[in-house]
Design a protein around this ligand. Sequence first.
Ligand code: C2E
Ligand code: MG
Ligand code: MG
Length: 700
Amino acid sequence: MRIGLQARYFVAMVLALAIVVAAFASVWYQQRQNQREIASLSRGSMHEVAVAGLRSRGATLVSMIADALTNPLYYFDLVSVGEIVQSALSQPDVSYVIVFDADGRIVHDGSRDIPSFGQEMTDAQAPEAAAAATIHTQMTEEVVDVAHPIRIGQEKLGGVRIGLSMEAPRHAEAMAQAILDERIAVTVARNRTWLIVVFAALLAMGLALSLLVRRGLVQPVRRLADAAQSVEAGRFELRLESTRSDELGDLFRAFQRMGDSLKRHDRDIRQIAYGDSLTGLPNRLAFREILDRKLLTLQAGGGELALLFVDLDDFKRVNDTLGHDAGDHVLGQFALRLQHCLRLIDDENAVVARFGGDEFVAMFGGQRVRDAAAHLAEAMLAELQSPVSIEQRQVFLGASVGITLFPQDAHSSALLLKNGDIAMYQAKVAGKNCYRFYSKAMDQAVERRVQLEGDLRGAWARGELSLSYQPIFELESGRLLGAEALMRWQHPELGVIPPSVFVDVAEQTGLIEDIGRLVLQRACNEALRWKRLGDAPFVSVNVSPRQLRSGDLAEMVGSLLAETGLPPERLHLELTETAVLGDELQTGAVLSRLRSMGVKIWLDDFGTGFSGLSHLRRVPVDGVKIDRSFIADMLRDPDDLALTSAIIAMAHSLGITVVGEGVENEGQFAVLRERGCDLAQGYWLGRPMSASELARRLVA
Ligand code: C2E
Ligand code: MG
Ligand code: MG
């Protein structure tokens, strides 16, 4: 149990009051004791004074009576004795007067017939009184008995006793006592009132003090504690204004300032931690928090949520060919476009965040969000497709969008993020520039990919990888001049896996460096066996970007040529435009070395990048292979035809060979020949075949 400040003060106050009360009670008790003592003392002394007065009066009276009685008693004049006794008895306080003879017998007692005459005095005081030689006083409850002998000369005639009643002094004493008691009672009452007043004042003072402590100390401290607690919980909206001019006021103001500055720091830190500096969008961390919060409310209240993972297609090419500033510009533009698209959505809390690189994630909620998500994805794809202009150049990019829905696909944010990623990846696999909804089957696809990676590792050693060769013809003469080596994977369970599926995996895992060398070696060896009348046929081998960047491509090719004995001019290397143009300085040096050996360099899939024709001047290549997408559309799309023609003309002006890829019909073949294209390959001319089959074709 916690004992608060106020409780402590209260307990201290109650204790202090209890001590004061105890002190008062003891003083009170002492005083009462004193008063009682005084009362009893004064009662005693009053009694003594009264008795002393009575005794002296008795002595005086008895002396006078004894003097007056001397003669009458000597002459035994009972009448005179009677008169004197009568006169003494007439005094109000005299109870009795007894005159007795020398033997202690009663001579007179003031009565008319004196019935006790001659009798002995029988009361308790009589013996002492009869024997007294001088004045003798005896006391009883009722009377003061004073005796006096009566003498003539030495002869004792008898004596006289008078009894003075105690009644009067007792009465006076009672009166005085009553007055004293009354006085004491008044004092007691006054003291009591005084005590009560002082106690009440103390109590009031204590209460006022506690109120003061409560208002002046406890409440402010409590407010400060509450404020500290809310700061601790991340709420910096403090309201601690105070008009007090004391230390607590200073503390309040200091606390308020501290809260304000914490709030500013918090905002700054949040901006740094939760914002993407390039696009100004929230980052992954911020998005994750928003998503978690959103999921909490949705789980409680119902509703749906859609997450759209947008990844720009081939963004790396922009960075590689145009530089990082251009890349940043493109990302900024795309961020704006995505935000623009989000306005189509009927959810004011819709957000888009940059997850890093070229990956953006949008989120919105509502009812039946599936259709809205599809519309949004379409809008995004359309918006992102329009070109971005950089340095008077039009850059065309697309995007792949993966969509996952709550609660259909998953309930936790981690799973939703994972699903979105998977769906986006599937959109890429499906050919890019499209959107895909997440489905459970996709999980299997991802699993398959992981499986594929594992299987690919030992595939060459197990003899599952082989090379097919697609013949390449001279258009002009229709002669078979050489062949492109194309890798094939005969998977023991899955059957033939196309290179479009596994080359990517090999590239990403780095396996391509080993496999690529083995492919080159085998292609060289197999090409050696090809014989033909006239000039010997060439073999064209695909080289992946990773192999080019590994740095030792030229040495490797050199040593392979030396090892196999294939003349360098019979080896062609196919490199993609992006791989070559990514780092022109470095790749330029590698390519120059290869060319100086006599190896020919071809740019594969030409036209799909955006290096532009003018770039061709800067890289040392021997030929370009026009991508088959242009050839495929050439007859239908005048733009493609124009581009193909332009590539051919441009290449020729630079003295570069042009190869048309993917010729599937005679029409395409005819157009290429008409436009002056040098070489061609395609299903219509010849499908990929085994090395020995190609050897037979060459001889035929
Ligand atoms: P690529 O270098 O552009 O190879 C040409 C592709 O077009 C081959 O597909 C070929 O079979 C296909 N093709 C040829 N004629 C036609 C046609 O008339 N119509 C159609 N639709 N397609 C045609 P393939 O063998 O599936 O290879 C795909 C890609 O895989 C290659 O594109 C190349 O980039 C890569 N690749 C293949 N083998 C290797 C390799 O040994 N190393 C590396 N690094 N990449 C390879
Ligand atoms: Mg190729
Ligand atoms: Mg190609």
